[in-house]
Design a protein around this ligand. Sequence first.
Ligand code: GTP
Ligand code: SPV
Ligand code: MN
Length: 589
Amino acid sequence: MASVSTNLTSNKFLLDWVAQKVTLCQPDQVVWCDGSEDENKRLTEFAVSKGILAPLNQEKHPGCYLHRSNPNDVARVEHLTFICTPTKEEAGPTNNWKAPDEAYTLLRGLFEGSMKGRTMYVVPYVMGPLGSEHSKIGVELTDSVYVALNMGIMTRMGKPALDMLGASNNFNRGLHCTGDLNPDRRYICHFPQDNAIWSFGSGYGGNALLGKKCLALRIGSYLGNKEEWLAEHMLILGVESPEGQTTYVAAAFPSACGKTNFAMMIPPKRFDGWKVTTVGDDIAWLRVGDDGRLWAVNPENGYFGVAPGTNWQSNPNAMKTIAKNTIFTNVAVTKNNTVWWEGLDGETPDELTDWQGRPWKKGSAEKAAHPNSRFTAPAANNPILSAHVNDPRGVPISAIIFGGRRSNTVPLVMQSFNWAHGVYLGATLASETTAAAAGQQGVVRRDPMAMLPFAGYNMADYFAHWLAMQKRVPYPPKIFMVNWFRKDKNGKFLWPGYGDNMRVLKWIVDRAHGNVGAQESLFGWVPKQGHIDLSGLDIDPAKVDEATSINEGEWKAELENQKAFFDQFGERMPKTLELIRQMLLSRVA
Ligand code: GTP
Ligand code: SPV
Ligand code: MN
């Protein structure tokens, strides 16, 4: 049997657990990751020698590599993701459930001998700032060098994690094996009661980088409910005014609905002197501080961002962030071995190599880059990285924003009447599905708080937890809803989006500080005429009117449609949310 010995730790719980899993998976060797530069170099070279990574043009993309995943393994697989709580009720109607015994038996069968002829990487990592009481430690055992390298970018990985863990038994146990990538033998199983994750048969992103969606959101949300904090699918940004006052905002948008872009935004010229800084682009852990405010940390240390649509116009800070030391997954490459994707600046090249490594010609009906192609880039590359990303206390949140991708109905921005109504706005969030998950795209579905695929327990209990936070947060953030994606009758976006979202953010910040009035609509507070600053924006005012309009007919249908979603939770559903729905409906009935 491969030796598990290491001089990196003497933690008995960890060593015993690794030994157990070595017995199960039978790898040829075990490699403990220390997170050093040297190790990164060695693993990268190994990955290149095996064809798992290909060096990109090192002049144009220093330290950057391309990875092509199996074409059947390009996105999260929600139908193969399971919450394995003792009872089905604990997982709730919106999660797939397996009994823990059954799941362990099934997966043990798959893991048995699965790493024969392969290396097991032991990847210790911290989610959250080192030494912070908010942070959690995980260890992922994986046979994928791609996963180990990505975890090195996305988390605080290696020796610092083992040092922080010390002799403690309190760490998430993650077991991952690529297997033969047969979708019929692919399972992403979470065991919240055991603080464990077993993932088999996928090498892709959220299925395989266990610190991200599996630990930071699914297990995290379960722990949050127990420990009275919130694990959310939210970006965190700071807005600095010309006077030097910084306001922190957290925003939940579903997958591929604009979090990375919003978190890295550059305000338009009109907002000279205003600055946005990024704390996080995907996940927020929120806790009540001693001062009675809600404080947030970003558990991650890098960005696993959507490539298509990223360009020097839409997101210059992302372009700078991915300029070096970045892994690109499933993008296209040019003749010069530089990266390309749909929506990149400039002319489309006549010829490319597509994401599957096939020759591609301009005008082809197929996309050159996969719509869910991604970059993995270190947060440290981000030119507008907040000075507080490593602050163990996190940052105080003044506003929470919920937003979806809706062609109609939902206006550009709305503020909730109060906390419970804000929770209702989050709980009824709906969005058109995207390429971030396998399955049909562009279908409107309820995605409460952008957490539908990520809640590690019954969503009705999750709503109750959100409602109960009101009593625990004496100075709560104000809650808002936005929609950057409303379309006109020709199918064109009504709102320019990206940097111009600053115009909406400015109103939100002003509202959070009580610096500006608002108009009461039937469904929430909306900006008064002229309060969204449009100066310097070259756009037909009628478009903005349409983007901000509220159509009672559409809302009646929307409110009626929410009922079925609520009803599936039965008695477990908090009455407050259904009462708010009925009250709003009575206004248009
Ligand atoms: P995940 O990493 O999957 O959680 O995605 P995300 O929420 O971070 O989304 P991201 O910022 O990567 O944006 C996804 C897609 O939406 C990209 O193709 C963007 O170009 C596009 N997008 C982002 N912001 C806007 C916007 O304000 N308006 C419009 N029209 N599109 C946007
Ligand atoms: C998402 O789908 O919300 C992502 C990408 O951020 S993944 O890590 O694959 O979940
Ligand atoms: Mn995400």
